[in-house]
Design a protein around this ligand. Structure first.
Ligand code: UFG
Length: 347
């Protein structure tokens, strides 16, 4: 019988992507220990997870970078008898990372190191890491595959690259370690139930949560950052991927790694392979929500590339994963979440 991960630590499991990952794991009958400090997530997400996917889930509310919490975390991971981990804890706002680089390095790298110590102590040596397409520099041809040149343009992106490298060093240090760095393109959408979804603190940085808040009447209009790029309609093109497809990718990656004989760290893109422009995304959201999305054209945003989309073939070759959901699904599900929960989990 093929070996599968059964007892999985999910660091950052109450967050946007983490909550969807936990639902997939519980749905597949796996046991989960969530470690989260709720710094950018809400305990209500855990209640909703348990309703969507009854199963064995525990919560350890601790901060991975608080030295006073480290021993608790190490003991809890051991007591849980973890066999693997999915690491999604960390800060993720690009602009904030430029303003507060030290906090970003400390939090993101520190969290990863604490988790790795706890895994080492529990003799759990399989880890899937939440990396990002942001690790690709600006010099690649689309679609970008995993051999693309890396070169982050901001501290947030550099933390992702550092952690990828830490995992590569770790895997090179001892054959028991196995890791996959999942390079996400642009995760959007929500669970089709409308019960869990993205609930950003403050003004959303990203396109979909911003559009959704305009559609629901929380914000007046969207600013489109540049309409003079060398793309089909002048606006930025990205590879949006439904968060449920993304979540399925974590389970597929973990099971692949768990059954794999060779050690080592592998970089794998998770994207659809297709680009969608900002104007196309606005039009799709308008159709899905039946709401007007007023917008204005604003200057380009620093650090944005014109166009990036994935070559997603490796995930398919290695673990038979592909993104199934369309941009219409992403918009319909994102809208269901936003319209059911206009103020996010605070409702
Ligand atoms: N955009 C707007 N208006 C907004 C927000 C975004 O026009 O209010 C545009 C951007 O200029 C870009 C597109 O919408 O063309 C997508 O922007 P997002 O901020 O949603 O996503 P990014 O591609 O900039 O960044 C995302 C994640 C990062 C990750 C990166 C990897 O947010 O965490 O993808 O490429 F690092």
């Amino acid at each position: 019988m093929v070996k599968k991960a059964q007892k999985i630590i999910v660091a950052g499991g109450a967050g946007y992507i983490g909550s969807h990952v936990v639902v997939e794991l519980l749905g597949a009958g796996r046991d989960v220990l969530i470690i989260d400090n709720f710094s950018n997530s809400h305990p209500e997400a855990i209640n909703r997870i348990t309703k969507l996917a009854p199963g064995n889930v525990e919560l350890l509310e601790r901060d991975l970078i608080n030295p006073a919490h480290k021993n608790d975390i190490i003991s809890a991971v051991k007591d849980f008898d973890a066999d693997s981990a999915i690491h999604l804890a960390g800060l993720k706002a690009v602009g904030e990372s430029v303003a507060e680089p030290v906090r970003y390095y400390e939090t993101n790298i520190g969290s990863a190191l604490t988790l790795l110590s706890a895994l080492e102590a529990a003799d759990a040596n399989t880890i899937v890491f939440s990396s990002s397409a942001t690790v690709y520099g600006e010099l690649n041809q689309n679609p970008v595959d995993e051999t693309g040149l890396t070169g982050a343009t901001n501290p947030y992106g550099r933390t992702k690259l550092f952690i990828e490298d830490i995992l590569k060093d770790l895997c090179a240090s001892a054959p028991k370690w196995k890791a996959i760095n999942l390079r996400y393109f642009n995760p959007v959408g929500a669970h089709p139930s409308g019960q869990i979804g993205e609930d950003p603190n403050g003004v959303p940085n990203n396109l979909f949560p911003f559009i959704a808040q305009v559609a629901v009447g929380r914000r007046e209009k969207l600013s489109i950052f540049g309409d003079d790029y060398d793309t089909r309609d002048g606006t930025g093109v990205r590879d949006y991927i439904h968060v449920v497809d993304l979540a399925r990718g974590h389970l597929a990656a973990l099971d692949y790694l768990f059954a794999r004989e060779e050690n080592g760290a592998i970089d794998v893109n998770l994207g659809t392979g297709a680009g969608v422009s900002v104007l196309e995304a606005v039009a799709a959201f308008k159709r899905a929500s039946n709401k007007d999305i007023p917008y204005q054209i604003a200057p380009r945003r620093d650090g944005d590339v014109a166009e990036i989309y994935a070559d997603a073939r490796l995930a398919n070759e290695l673990f038979n994963w592909r993104a199934d959901k369309t941009i219409e699904d992403m918009c319909a599900d994102h809208w269901r979440w936003q319209s059911n929960n206009p103020n996010g989990y605070k409702d």
